[in-house]
Design a protein. Structure first.
Length: 290
């Protein structure tokens, strides 16, 4: 009987907070709403220590915070959400910690594609971005399964950056751009009797065709499937980007609340969206000039 009452109270509380959120979001939606917010989920281990939890429980709480934030962003109309879940540098942590994080990652990815998951319920497409070759086979397979299973969803997009750093992304994109350009040149060479690299270099226009530009590299970024972020939020008071979305963040608003990642909540989202709206025209102008 007590359990039933507890469940009913919980349900009532969920309904009240959902109504409260809807009111806040309908007021916020009068102004411009960011289309893409990216998160650096910092402070999970510190949260674990602060709350006297077992090692690893901070990351579990971090995953719950991510699901809540995903729901809030979706309700507000933010279409793209990106999270920095594991950097290439994180592989240097103690092997037991890396192993436990990877286990959690696999478990949570499988949770994300269950029938009753938020991704299915809300129609969220999931991408895993990064050097996925560096992941263990089971984690990589889980990530690939999630991408295939949600490929038909289009209401919102969650990009999970794993085995990711910006410098690795940029090097990878430059390599692919060079290979693509080299293929183009070879094909043109084969079709053009008498045409060769040296001949082409004498012609101004064709010479430019040999160059790799920003748009070439841009197209080969892992993150090319989504627009650049409008806002990056890094929790736990740190304001460094730590090799995250360096290519994509030239004109983006940065926000670093002191809350640890598992403590992030609605108030942080509301605050940063208000700040985005206050700076909207200035940021729009900067993007136009870029
Ligand atoms: C499937 C999926 C998206 C899972 C995500 C799970 C999750 C919350 C991962 C966060 C991983 C991580 C290294 C966070 C940084 O906090 P930290 O460990 O560096 O903590 P600290 O800043 O207190 O040291």
């Amino acid at each position: 009987m007590e359990a039933v009452n507890g469940k009913q109270v919980g349900h009532l509380f969920d309904n009240i907070s959902s109504f409260f959120r809807q009111c806040i979001f309908s007021v916020l939606s009068v102004g411009p709403v960011p289309s893409h917010i990216a998160f650096i989920m910092d402070g999970n281990r510190r949260y674990s220590k602060k709350q006297n939890l077992l090692d690893g429980d901070g990351h579990k709480a971090g995953f719950s915070a991510l699901i809540n934030m995903l729901k809030y962003c979706y309700e507000l109309g933010v279409k793209y959400i990106t999270v920095y879940a594991f950097s290439i540098d994180n592989f240097r942590r103690r092997p037991e910690e890396v192993e436990s994080l990877m286990k959690l990652m696999q478990e949570k990815i499988d949770e994300l594609i269950k029938e009753e998951s938020i991704a299915n319920h809300l129609g969220i497409r999931i991408y895993f971005q990064g050097n996925l070759k560096l992941l263990s086979d089971p984690v990589r397979s889980a990530a690939e399964r999630a991408m295939v299973k949600t490929a038909g969803h289009s209401k919102a997009v969650l990009s999970v950056c794993v085995a990711y750093t910006s410098t690795d992304e940029i090097v990878h994109a430059v390599q692919e751009s060079c290979e693509e350009k080299w293929d183009e040149i070879r094909k043109r060479d084969a079709n053009n009797a008498g045409g060769n690299l040296i001949g082409l270099e004498e012609n101004g226009k064709d010479k430019d065709d040999h160059l790799i530009g920003v748009t070439n590299v841009d197209r080969h970024m892992y993150m090319a499937v989504v627009p650049d972020p409008d806002i990056i939020i890094r929790t736990s008071g740190e304001s460094r980007l730590s090799n995250f979305l360096l290519w994509q963040s030239a004109n983006c608003l940065l926000y670093s609340p002191t809350a640890l990642w598992p403590e992030i909540g609605l108030r942080h989202l509301v605050w940063v969206v208000l700040d985005f709206q206050r700076n909207y025209l200035y940021l729009k102008e900067k993007k136009k000039q870029a």
